[in-house]
Design a protein. Structure first.
Lengths: 275, 317
């Protein structure tokens, strides 16, 4: 009982932590006191002060405003990417499990090949083809995550497909579509919820790395990874932009990871403590 | 090792490598618009003559299967063609940049995997209510700290605290062993931290699993000491899932190394591939991705084989 409460505490904390950050991103135009693009050159590279709470960057732009809008860029890119990957990978994995046979074999082979690439390398390859911008980064992350979702969902889907209630449904003449939508999907919901949260956390880091390398959102778009790479050049003069941008990435990624972790405990207590 | 298991895995390996090569080969053909014009546009004026000349040089006027055949046959012999701009063989460019990446990755694997075993054991043995949450939060923090940010912050900290410390760049080990290792310290810490967090959590749960087994109870009943129980009986069995994860983590490290090289100005494969993208040197991009991915796939194959040697039950499943 104590366990249940303490894991629920963690879950509540994670939900609040993530919600605050998402709300800050969505309502950035209302929350930010400054225009993230406005350059006040005389005010450049200032430390935190009453006017610019987190200081200013090398062009005199407000760091706090750029972080808030950077949250927007990061969350939008990653949400699109993970949603695409879930749709493509989840569908493929589920159908592979449901139909089995040669369809399963071919689909999972293709997924194996994509899975064989180190994540960053495949993402970089996709961006080399499409050209560096935020959309390419989103698509690159989606392609990288598709085989991961396919593998994650195929296993549990296989178990459900062989369960007695699915066999029962089939015996009384339920159609494929009915079995997939009424039995398979609802039973996969908890796995999907947990993994989406965990992968979103990882996607935030990949997106930040890509834009840090100049392969994601392009200047002057406010982007956390970009702020880090720009701030790096002025590190000794003014460490603030780089430090705060990094902390923002950390909080965002940490929040979703904690959320996934706590969700897993709550939804499936059997998995408690497993890495 | 059962021959059939080995043969199956070898077939898998060949199929995956073939698929990887196909994806990398098709990359350049999927570029929207005329890839050759884009390549030329990066450096010179685009004229129909130049387009035709480069297209011929890259073999792009041949049928697709001939192109693939020529390309993969060359690649198997270590011939990746010549770099478009410098005219140097691509293989030579890769060879010149491979050592820093290899050293960085290997050292990080050693540090990350090496420290995760004692740390994971400690966490498993010291299992308690308060520390439980601390361990979880700590491990998640380790996984979600952007390693490149950690790198940047550590450069800043070191430049303030130890002004004489050379944190950036790379010197070959053979030239200046101490300077080489000194420059590797910060990148290795930054790169190995996520792996350390991930693996120590894995060792911890594997250890908890192993410590709950019957043979541990038996050993305890026979009077084995606690140290002996933990390190001799439990750890050996806990290491089995650990080894597979080390192989998989090596891939993440290889990807992370690309970013870390950029932070610490290390002239490795990551910098090579990023430079190649900037100047749209597609053959070089393709070759680098192919080499790095194949290395990763082969390492994981070897880890799989090692796994069977340690735990023969795997091959029977």
């Amino acid at each position: 009982m104590m366990r249940f409460i303490s894991s629920n505490k963690l879950l509540s904390f994670a939900i609040v932590f993530v919600t605050i950050q998402v709300l800050l991103a969505v309502f950035a135009p209302l929350v930010a006191l400054h225009d993230p693009y406005a350059q006040v050159i005389v005010q450049r590279l200032k430390g935190p002060n009453g006017l610019n709470w987190l200081g200013t960057d090398q062009l005199g732009r407000d760091v706090l405003a750029r972080i808030l809008y950077g949250y927007q860029t990061s969350l939008l890119t990653c949400t699109i990417a993970v949603a695409l990957a879930l749709l493509a990978g989840g569908t493929l994995g589920m159908l592979a499990a449901y139909y089995g046979g040669w369809f399963d074999r071919i689909v999972m082979r293709v997924m194996d090949v994509l899975f064989a690439f180190p994540i960053m390398l495949l993402a970089i390859g996709v961006i080399a083809v499409l050209g560096p911008n935020a959309w390419s980064a989103a698509l690159a992350i989606a392609i990288v995550y598709t085989p991961i979702f396919a593998r994650l969902l195929r296993g549990p889907a296989l178990v459900i497909c062989q369960s007695e209630y699915v066999m029962g449904a089939r015996a009384i003449g339920a159609s494929d579509r009915r079995i997939i939508f009424m039995h398979l999907l609802p039973n996969l919901a908890s796995v999907v919820l947990v993994q989406t949260s965990l992968l979103l956390s990882a996607a935030i880091l990949v997106e930040a790395s890509l834009s840090f390398l100049g392969l994601g959102a392009q200047p002057p778009i406010p982007s956390l990874g970009l702020m880090l790479s720009e701030g790096r050049n002025f590190l000794l003069l003014a460490p603030w932009p780089a430090v705060f941008a990094g902390l923002a990435i950390l909080f965002l990624s940490f929040g979703f990871n904690l959320l996934g972790d706590a969700l897993r405990d709550t939804l499936d207590p059997r998995l408690k403590g497993q890495a | 090792m059962p021959l059939r298991f080995f043969a199956n895995r070898l077939t898998d390996l060949v199929i995956v490598l073939f698929g990887v090569s196909l994806v990398v080969f098709l990359m350049i053909r999927l570029i929207p618009g005329d890839a050759v014009a884009i390549m030329l546009g990066a450096n010179t004026e685009v004229t129909p003559d130049r387009i035709a000349e480069l297209r011929g040089r890259l073999g792009l006027d041949q049928p697709l299967w001939t192109q693939y055949g020529t390309w993969i046959w060359g690649a198997l012999q270590g011939n990746f063609g010549t770099s478009i701009w410098t005219g140097r063989p691509v293989a030579e460019e890769i060879a010149a940049h491979i050592w820093p990446t290899l050293e960085l990755t290997l050292l990080s694997v050693l540090v990350g995997a090496g420290l995760s075993v004692p740390l994971g054991c400690f966490m498993a043995v010291a299992r308690g209510k308060g520390s439980e949450v601390a361990v979880r939060v700590g491990a998640i923090a380790g996984l979600t700290i952007p390693s490149f940010w950690l790198g940047i912050v550590s450069i800043f900290a070191v430049s303030k605290l130890l002004p004489g410390f050379s944190a950036l760049g790379y010197v070959p080990f053979t030239q200046d062993p101490l300077g080489n290792l000194q420059r590797m310290i910060l990148p290795v810490i930054a790169l190995s931290l996520p792996m350390l967090a991930n693996l120590s959590r894995l060792v911890r749960s594997a250890m908890l699993d192993a410590l709950g087994q019957d043979y541990i109870r038996t050993a305890r009943a026979k009077g084995a000491s606690k140290t002996r129980l933990v390190y001799k009986h439990a750890l050996r069995n806990a290491l089995i899932p650990f080894i597979t994860s080390v192989g998989v983590s090596a891939g993440y490290l290889l990807g992370g190394a690309i970013v870390i090289e950029q932070v610490f100005a290390i002239p490795g494969l990551g910098r090579l591939v990023l430079g190649a993208i900037a100047e749209r040197n597609y053959p070089l991009v393709q070759a680098t991705i192919l080499v790095m991915t194949s290395a990763f796939v082969i390492v994981n194959f070897l880890v799989d084989m090692l796994y069977v040697v340690i735990d023969p039950r795997v091959a029977k499943q």
